[in-house]
Write a new protein. Sequence first.
Length: 241
Amino acid sequence: MSAGRQFSPRLLGTFVFVLFSACQDATLPQAVPTAPPTSTAFERSKDRTPPTNPTNLRSTEVTAFSVSLTWNASSDNVGVASYLIRNNFGGEVAVAGSQASANWTGLQPLETYTFWVYALDAAGNTSVSSNFLSVKLPPPPAPNDPNDATPPTQPGNVLADSYNDGSRELQVTWSASADNVTPQLAILYQVFVNGVLENSSVGVTRTSVYGVAGDNLITVVAVDANGNKSAPGTVAVNVPF
């Protein structure tokens, strides 16, 4: 052997092991980063399709203080999240997207309310509105006193005027009656033409009726909550042939 530097058996073995390990590591497949799971919020942010509009908005029950509404449900490419109901007085009521109905309370008797509905999805897309629905609320229920035998006062100043449109329709007006128990807003008025009941109203001192050709006797009777009837207020009117 030459007089050059020699490796000891231990040092040589260590060198071979390190070299083998390095080569082995170099041939191992590298880990591929896994994509994070899809975010629901991210998917919603990409949704630009609004729900279809609710249809056939209608009332199912009307009281002096509330209106129950229902409509045909909307559809959406992801899902309807909620419905927003509005009225002409600036009020809003929201219900879940699985609920195609709402009961709106706290309203005022004898007021006319107009309602409409929008559908919203989770991304905030809003549909076109539903049809508009107008509802006139009735008067509050009158107190019922079973011992009340006093009728309302007679309706006064009964007038019947033609609409001047060639028809036999007449607008009938009168002054309000009063009652010892039933408030004026709850008094029922019955309007007769020649003895036949043609129309009625509650708390409102006007209505329309149809006369016959020739002479007509228009009669208005006020009725309280206990069914007591006033003396009739009358007016005669002639309808041309």
